[in-house]
Design a protein around this ligand. Structure first.
Ligand SMILES: CC/C=C\C/C=C\CCC/C=C/CC(=O)SCCNC(=O)CCNC(=O)[C@H](O)C(C)(C)COP(=O)(O)OP(=O)(O)OC[C@H]1O[C@@H](n2cnc3c(N)ncnc32)[C@H](O)[C@@H]1OP(=O)(O)O
Length: 292
């Protein structure tokens, strides 16, 4: 797997920034400061043109505004570079993504809350409607927003059997927004979605496979990447424009929902999440996670 420097340069603002800083600082000091790790890494394979995009926010890849923003920029960069495909995975050995960063929603000022949600909306839309094939190589737990990212890809390969996946929002006393529901229904159908979401159930990888929530189960990350590459390779001979327009057509409900309802959806989020009862619930949940 080779990193195409030209592609990375145009994809990651962070990469240009850190290179610039470290070379200029080297003139003045012996020890340049260690550049910050990007929150999302991207490696593009020269031969296949497929990008492996790795969430890299330890310990659990919780999705905060900067990470989402970086992911969105990478997806846009891949679009601009006419990418052949994208595999989304995690640098953690046990967690794909713990979902939305609860700290972004807890006692947050309204402007930050609003920026957080709009960044989530636009990142999701960029991923969901991306023209290139997308696969989630789910190499760890994927609750809530982690499950949403997976569902927004076209194919899901999960490392099993011990990791779990699902939209568990109701268990937290919060509500999965309509576009989360559309994503789940795209994959599971109406009845299974209702059952899964009203209970907030998390599924083990074997359960998820049986239900169709994931498409394949493997035993490690390397196998997940190989399976993902195989899925993407089957599109090599499909004309990209026909593929893109077909994907958009199949996903029209979700795309249209978001395009038409961005502001209402933001308002619903703000109204719900700022309620005292919800804030208390998030606080208790965060405390229970920290107590573990
Ligand atoms: C009509 C309606 C319209 C609008 C709706 C409005 C609002 C609702 C918004 C709905 C959307 C919500 C989607 C979400 O994604 S909410 C987040 C849900 N996530 C979870 O429930 C997962 C919680 N985490 C876990 O279960 C475990 O951490 C996990 C299994 C992922 C990993 O376990 P592990 O044992 O490896 O790690 P931990 O020790 O638990 O965690 C390490 C530290 O990370 C902190 N942590 C974990 N998850 C989160 C998170 N999501 N956000 C912030 N922080 C998180 C955890 O507290 C630990 O912290 P420290 O103790 O190290 O300080």
């Amino acid at each position: 797997m080779a990193v195409v420097f030209r592609t990375c340069k145009s994809l990651s603002k962070n990469a240009i920034f850190t290179r610039g800083i470290s070379s200029s600082l080297r003139l003045h000091s012996q020890k340049p400061p260690t550049p910050p790790e990007p929150l999302v890494n991207v490696d593009v394979d020269d031969k296949s043109g497929v990008a492996v995009v790795t969430l890299n926010r330890p310990p659990v890849n919780s999705l905060n505004t900067p990470l989402l923003s970086e992911l969105k920029n990478i997806i846009k960069g891949l679009e601009d570079n006419k990418s052949r495909g994208m595999i989304l995975t995690s640098s953690s050995e046990t967690v794909f993504s713990a979902g939305l960063d609860l700290m972004e929603m807890y006692n947050a000022p309204k402007d930050k809350l609003s920026a957080f949600w709009t960044t989530l909306q636009s990142t999701w839309l960029a991923l969901y409607r991306s023209s290139f094939p997308t696969v989630a190589a789910i190499n760890g737990h994927a609750p809530a927003g982690g499950c949403l990212l997976s569902l927004s890809c076209e194919y899901r390969v999960m490392v099993g059997p011990k990791f779990s996946i699902g939209l568990n929002e109701t268990q937290l006393g919060i509500v999965a927004p309509p576009w989360f529901v559309i994503c789940m229904r795209d994959v599971l159908g109406h009845r299974q979605t209702e059952m899964a979401l009203t209970s907030g159930r998390m599924f083990s990888a074997p359960e998820a496979l049986k239900l169709g929530l994931i498409d394949a189960m493997v035993t490690n990350k390397a196998e997940a990447i190989t399976e993902a590459q195989k899925f993407i390779a089957q599109f090599a001979k499909i004309p990209p424009l026909a593929r893109k327009l077909t994907k958009e057509s199949v996903r029209q409900e979700g795309i249209k929902y978001m395009e038409d309802n961005m502001i209402d959806d933001l308002q619903m989020f703000m109204d719900l999440v700022t309620q005292e009862k919800i804030q208390k619930g998030i606080g208790l949940y965060l405390a229970s996670l920290k107590k573990k």
